[in-house]
Ligand binder design. Structure first.
Ligand SMILES: Cc1ncc(COP(=O)(O)O)c(C=O)c1O
Length: 381
C-alpha cells in the first residue's frame, strides 16, 4: 500500500519534549522545568484578559498594531520593523522556512536551543552544530563550521540550557566573520533578565546590518508562556518576508491584549527581574555548596552537573517524588546535568533541601529520606 510520504528530514525530527508539568497524585507540583516566570503575570494582564473574555468571537488584528506600538515604545524600536509571532518559536521556524531548505545548512552551537535543529529539519535543511568551550558558544568554532551551504546561524543569547552569553562585542565579531548572505538570528529570549553592561540583546546589530534578526519572547520575564507571544526585530526587507509567510492571524487577540497590558506594568516586571537577580545566585551558591558543578550562567535558570548521569537521573526522580519538577538534559547531550528554573523563594529553598537530602542518601549509600528537615535561609532581600 502506498501513502503520501513526508519530505526528507521530517522523520529525523525527535519531537520537542517540553518540561514536565504534572506529577501523579500531587495536586500542585513545584514546576521548575520550563523556565517559566517564578512570579506569574502582572495583575494588569489578568484584568485585561478577563475584560477580553467576551470578545473571543472576534478575529485578532492581523497586524498586531497596538502591540507592536507598545513593544516599540517599551524598547525604543520602530514598530514597523517588528513582527509578532505565536511564540518566538514560530518566528524561528518561519525564518528557517524563508531562508533555508534542502541542500542548505543551518548552524548553531553545541548546546544551542533544541528548536534550531527541529526548524532546520522541518524544512529539509541540514542542521549542524559547532562545539562550545566551557558551555559557552565559541565564535571561532561557529565560524569554522561555515560552508558555502550555510544559510542561517541561530544563536541563543543568553543560551538555553547553559545560561551563558556572548558580549555585544563578541556578537559583532561573530557577525563580521559571517558572509553577508548568511542570516544571523540572535534569539534573545532571556534578554529581559540581563543587566550586565557588556550585554546587548541585538537591536543595535539589526540596525547596522541587513543580515541580522533579533527574536524575543513574552514567555519568560513577562510570564505569558501559555498565551504564545513572541516578536522579531528585523531589517525592513526581512519584515516584508515574514509578513508574507506568517498566518494572517498568527497572534491571538488574547495574546495581543495581554502583551499590551504586560508592557503597561514595568514596575511589576522589574520586581520579577530583581527576584531573579536575588535567587539565581543564591541557588547557584547553594547547589555548589552541595558539591555540584553549576555552569556560571545568567537568565532565569541554572544548569547543574552531577557526578554521573545516573546520579542526575536519581536526583530528577527523587525531586519528582517530592513534587518538584526540573528538566532532564539528555536531549541536549548532557545526561549528567539538570536544568532548574528559578522559582518562588519557598520553591528554591525546598529544592535545595530536597537535593541535599537526596545527595546525603547517595553518599550514605541508602535511600534518600523523604522528609525535608532543614531550615534553609534565603538571601537577604
Ligand atoms: C532560547 C529560547 N528561544 C526561544 C524559546 C521559545 O520561546 P517562545 O515561548 O516564545 O516560543 C525558548 C523557550 O524556552 C528559549 O529558551
Amino acid at each position: 500500500m502506498t501513502r503520501p510520504a513526508p519530505r526528507p528530514g521530517i522523520l529525523e525530527i525527535s519531537p520537542y519534549v517540553g518540561g514536565e508539568s504534572g506529577v501523579p497524585g500531587i495536586a500542585e507540583p513545584i514546576v521548575l522545568s520550563s523556565n517559566e516566570s517564578a512570579l506569574g503575570p502582572s495583575p494588569k494582564v489578568v484584568a485585561a484578559l478577563q475584560a477580553h473574555a467576551s470578545l473571543v468571537h472576534r478575529y485578532p488584528d492581523g497586524g498586531s498594531v497596538a502591540l507592536r506600538d507598545a513593544i516599540g515604545a517599551a524598547n525604543n524600536l520602530d514598530p514597523a520593523r517588528i513582527v509578532c509571532g505565536n511564540g518566538s518559536d514560530e518566528l524561528l521556524s518561519l525564518l528557517a522556512q524563508i531562508f533555508s531548505g534542502p541542500g542548505d545548512e543551518v548552524l548553531y552551537s553545541e548546546y544551542g536551543f533544541l528548536m534550531y535543529k527541529i526548524s532546520a529539519l522541518a524544512v529539509g535543511a541540514t542542521p549542524l552544530s559547532a562545539p562550545e568551550t566551557n558551555f559557552r558558544s565559541d565564535i571561532d568554532s561557529l565560524l569554522g563550521k561555515v560552508t558555502e551551504k550555510t544559510k542561517i546561524l541561530f544563536l541563543a543569547n543568553p543560551n538555553n540550557p547553559t545560561g551563558t552569553y556572548l558580549t555585544a562585542d563578541e556578537l559583532e565579531r561573530l557577525r563580521d566573520g559571517l558572509r553577508d548572505d548568511i542570516l544571523l538570528v540572535i534569539d534573545a529570549a532571556y534578554a529581559e533578565f540581563m543587566s550586565e553592561r557588556d550585554f546587548d540583546a541585538g537591536a543595535a546589530l539589526v540596525d547596522k546590518y541587513e543580515n541580522v534578526v533579533m527574536t524575543r519572547t513574552f514567555s519568560k520575564l513577562y510570564a505569558l508562556a501559555g498565551l504564545r507571544l513572541g516578536w522579531a526585530y528585523a531589517p525592513a526587507w526581512i519584515v516584508d518576508l515574514l509578513n508574507r509567510v506568517r498566518g494572517p492571524f498568527n497572534v491571538t487577540a488574547a495574546a495581543q491584549v495581554a502583551g499590551v497590558a504586560a508592557l503597561s506594568d514595568p514596575k511589576f516586571y522589574e520586581a520579577a527581574r530583581v527576584h531573579n537577580d536575588t535567587w539565581r545566585p543564591w541557588l547557584s551558591a547553594e547547589l555548589e555548596a552541595l558539591g555540584l558543578k553549576v555552569v556560571p550562567g545568567f537568565a532565569n535558570f541554572v544548569l547543574v552537573r552531577f557526578e554521573t548521569a545516573g546520579v542526575a537521573e536519581g536526583a530528577l526522580n527523587a525531586l519528582k517524588l517530592g513534587g518538584i519538577l526540573v528538566r532532564a538534559m539528555a536531549g541536549y547531550g548532557l545526561p549528567d546535568a539538570l536544568r532548574i528554573t528559578v522559582g518562588r523563594a519557598e520553591d528554591n529553598q525546598l529544592l535545595v533541601a530536597s537535593l541535599r537530602a537526596f545527595l546525603d542518601g547517595v553518599t550514605n549509600k541508602k535511600a534518600a529520606p523523604n522528609k525535608v528537615g532543614h531550615k534553609i535561609v534565603g538571601p537577604a532581600s
